[in-house]
Design a protein around this ligand. Structure first.
Ligand code: A2P
Length: 275
């Protein structure tokens, strides 16, 4: 299948609009799934220190034979590395496990504002970018208030990855990102088993287009410039999730999916939770 279109980041890197999430795959599963995904046409792979599968992701990359320069590999580090030197050590460990000289995007996994070093963590990534060891700077689960502190310190991340789906459209967060040219990336874009894919509105739109509910939800993301990273280790779903660039949702259909945001769906609170 043709690779996904890309979005241009502030750093100049090109981020594919659709990629593979790898949580909660273990090393062996990640190796098989990443290899299959890359052979299917995926070019963006998302992992994290906390997933404990970076070695498997690296093995899948090598097995696939896809040239390094065609790939976009993202990883993330935990709270104990929120310092200049900590970020460097975290990068070296992740890059070593992945078997890569550089990563395309490095994210602070959670801000942990109680620890008070989430701005310093971003500074650590910027330093690595200046050395060419990472190609783009990112945060994950940062609220606008956390991002504002980063911006006040003179930095603008390329990407902020947040929990986002039609039931949790995060429009205030996205408006803030857009104001600064920060690309929004969605984790759990399919709603993580919340029943989103069985919602009558989603099913009706899927039937109208001859698509699956998951394809409609993923199309909702990418058509609005939100990068989605669904995880699937099922070969058929893996292929279908990428096959969303040849149809378009109408304005009315996009709006019908926004109606699913009834304010009931909760979002993990990054002022409280983090690792
Ligand atoms: P599976 O790996 O068996 O396909 P998210 O990335 O939003 O957290 O969603 C991941 C979950 O959604 C996994 O349990 C995955 O299971 C499932 N999933 C992924 N793609 C699809 C799809 N196209 N249709 C239904 N479920 C899907």
């Amino acid at each position: 299948m043709a690779p996904a279109p890309t979005v241009l980041l502030r750093s100049g890197a090109h981020l594919p609009l659709l990629g593979l999430g790898t949580w909660p795959l273990n090393d062996a599963e990640a190796a098989d799934t990443v290899d299959l995904a890359l052979r299917t046409g995926y070019r963006l792979i998302d992992t994290a220190e906390n997933y404990r599968n970076e070695r498997g992701v690296g093995e899948g990359i090598r097995r696939s034979g896809v040239p390094r320069e065609e790939l976009f590999v993202t990883t993330k580090f935990n709270r104990e590395h929120h310092s200049r030197e900590g970020v460097r050590r975290a990068f070296e460990t992740s890059a070593g496990l992945l078997g890569l000289d550089y990563v395309d995007l490095l994210l602070v996994h959670w801000p942990n504002p109680g620890q008070g070093r989430h701005v310093e963590a971003v500074e650590g990534i910027v330093a690595l970018m200046e050395e060419g060891l990472v190609r783009a700077v990112g945060t994950s689960n940062y609220k606008p208030a956390h991002l504002q502190q980063v911006i006040d310190a003179g930095m603008i991340p390329d990407v902020n990855q947040i929990q986002l789906d039609p039931q949790r459209p995060r429009i205030v967060d996205r408006a803030f990102h857009n104001e600064y040219g920060i690309v929004t990336q969605a984790w759990s874009p399919l709603g993580q088993g919340s029943g989103l894919l069985d919602e009558p509105a989603v099913v009706a739109i899927a039937e109208a287009h001859g698509r699956t509910p998951a394809q409609v939800v993923l199309r909702w993301h990418v058509q609005q410039g939100v990068v989605a990273i669904p995880k699937s280790s099922n070969p058929e779903r893996l292929a279908r999730n990428l096959d969303i660039f040849d149809f378009e949702l109408s304005g009315a259909e996009l709006a019908a999916l926004y109606v699913l945001d009834a304010g009931r769906a909760d979002v993990v609170d990054s002022d409280e939770f983090g690792h």
